[in-house]
Write a protein that binds this ligand. Structure first.
Ligand code: UD1
Ligand code: MG
Length: 455
């Protein structure tokens, strides 16, 4: 779109009903703060600059918004006098003279670029104000859209509405687009003569109509406009977000046997033919290459999973886990900040931290890398095709040579050369016939005890 656009993002609310020590716009959906979802939607609507209106947790909200590429200016709304008043906090940015001014809320994380673009198209078609509306299943609490022959005449807030108006289900989603050259004049005309004594942004509609201008509403799906006021609403928003993302992921060529049990993050990336079994959680920063299989009950964050790798069931991959092609991390294994080479296997009950594992290495059941001495973390290197016997402890810093063998139960504290076999456990001693001696001793002891108890 050739037209320039400023988005004013309102995020000054107190978040009282969240009962939280932080502003609601910082609460995560899909492991990303709500305000970031809104910023991403603005990027998708071709916005040129953002004016962020902050109140509570101003610095943290600003820092989060700044992680996005859009140019950002920040304004503090010190008194909460209503949505119209909040937009005017960004007066300076609006005065810079954009073609379109979009007003969006920081607590509607399900919004996508599509309705915002549709609202801007309404301005391009010559309307002065375009409101994004929706058909509400339950309109209670929303501003009602008063329309006539396709034109929008007014928005009536619940508390100011007549009973006829309350019966209307076409509601204000809260987001609107205003013609940039008229925006400040219109905003300055908003008064506070209403039931709440607030400056309602929604009054713009009646104001522009009274001045002979034109307002319309464009309809968007209710789910995109859902606002978050309570933790219960946050959970509903999370559910919708997850459903949406799973659907997209499946359409991109990923199989999920029970998608409703799989949890994704905003940045989880998959190639084709990945299979995800039930009950898998993806934290932030995960990418999964083609043909990998994630078995049930695995928890994965900050990990890179190579082609045809196999994870779980019950695997935990922590940040910095990098699994090469066809590698395997099996049940009850934890891998942190470690590289697992092509075809290498860690199949059972292991902790692997700060480790480099070569191609084709086999890490036996119960192997532990002892990477932490209480102060520092140390590195373990395991060469290609090394075989680490079960229940071994590798005390880092330590290097296990390529194609070496580690005897089961070893506590390895020194480097092992390539092709060597390392035993680091006490030698076994067999005493022929000694089991008889032990049994006789035990029987005598038992008899003595019985006698003592009787006495
Ligand atoms: C608003 C709309 C209503 C619409 C509904 C959709 C008005 C007057 N009403 O009502 O028509 O149906 O959203 O969810 O606009 N905020 C500030 N400073 C303020 C007041 C609000 O930053 O002084 C921010 C809030 O943090 C929030 C947003 O503006 O992000 C909306 O405020 P809220 O109080 O939730 O408005 P609603 O009563 O829900
Ligand atoms: Mg609200």
């Amino acid at each position: 779109m050739a037209r320039t656009c400023l988005a004013v993002v309102l995020a000054a609310g107190e978040s009282t009903r969240m009962k939280s020590s932080m502003s609601k716009v910082l609460h995560p959906v899909g492991n990303r703060p709500m305000i970031s979802h809104v910023m991403a939607a603005l990027e998708g609507a071709g916005v040129d600059a953002v004016a962020l209106v902050v109140g509570r947790d101003a610095q943290a909200v600003e820092d989060t918004a700044r992680k996005h590429a859009l140019p950002l200016s920040v304004y503090e709304q010190t008194q909460r006098l209503g949505t119209g008043h909040a937009v005017l906090a960004a007066r300076q940015a609006i005065a810079e003279g954009y073609d379109d001014v979009l007003v969006v809320f920081g607590d509607t994380p399900l919004i996508t670029g599509a309705p915002l673009t549709a609202a801007r198209e309404g301005l391009a078609a010559g309307h002065d104000v375009v409101v994004i509306g929706f058909q509400a299943a339950n309109p209670h609490g929303y501003g009602r859209l008063i329309t006539e022959n396709g034109a929008l005449l007014a928005i009536r807030e619940e508390k100011d509405a007549s009973s006829d108006e309350r019966a209307i289900t076409y509601c204000n989603g809260g987001l609107m687009a205003v013609r940039g050259d008229k925006a400040l004049d219109l905003l300055n005309r908003i008064g506070n003569g209403n039931a709440k004594g607030e400056y309602y942004l929604t009054d713009l509609v009646e104001i522009v109509v009274a001045l002979g201008g034109s307002a319309i509403a464009v309809e968007a799906p209710e789910q995109e406009l859902m606002g978050c006021n309570t933790r219960a609403e946050l959970a509903v928003i999370e559910r919708i977000w997850q459903e949406r993302r799973r659907h997209d992921v499946m359409l991109s060529g990923v199989s999920m046997i029970a998608p409703e049990t799989v949890f994704l993050s905003y940045d989880t990336q998959f190639e084709q033919d990945v299979v995800i079994e039930p009950h898998v959680v993806f934290g932030p920063g995960v990418s999964v290459a083609a043909g990998a299989v994630i078995h049930s009950f695995s928890h994965i964050e900050g990990a890179t999973i190579g082609p045809k790798a196999e994870i779980g069931p019950y695997a935990r991959l922590r940040p910095g886990a990098k699994l090469a092609a066809k590698s395997k991390v099996g049940n009850f294994c934890e891998v942190k900040k470690s590289e697992v080479g092509v075809g290498a296997k860690i199949n059972h009950l292991s902790y692997i931290g700060d480790t480099f594992i070569g191609a084709g290495a086999n890490i036996g059941a119960g192997t532990i890398t002892c990477n932490y001495d209480g102060i520092n973390k140390h590195i373990t290197r395991i060469g290609d095709n090394a075989f680490v016997g079960s229940n071994s402890s590798l005390v880092a810093p330590v290097t296990i040579g390529a194609s070496s063998l580690i005897a089961s139960g070893s506590v390895i504290t020194q480097d092992v050369p390539d092709n060597a076999t390392a035993f680091a456990r006490s030698r076994q001693e067999n005493k022929p016939g000694h089991a008889e001696v032990v049994r006789a001793r035990n029987a005598a002891f038992k008899a003595a005890k019985l006698k003592a108890d009787e006495a």
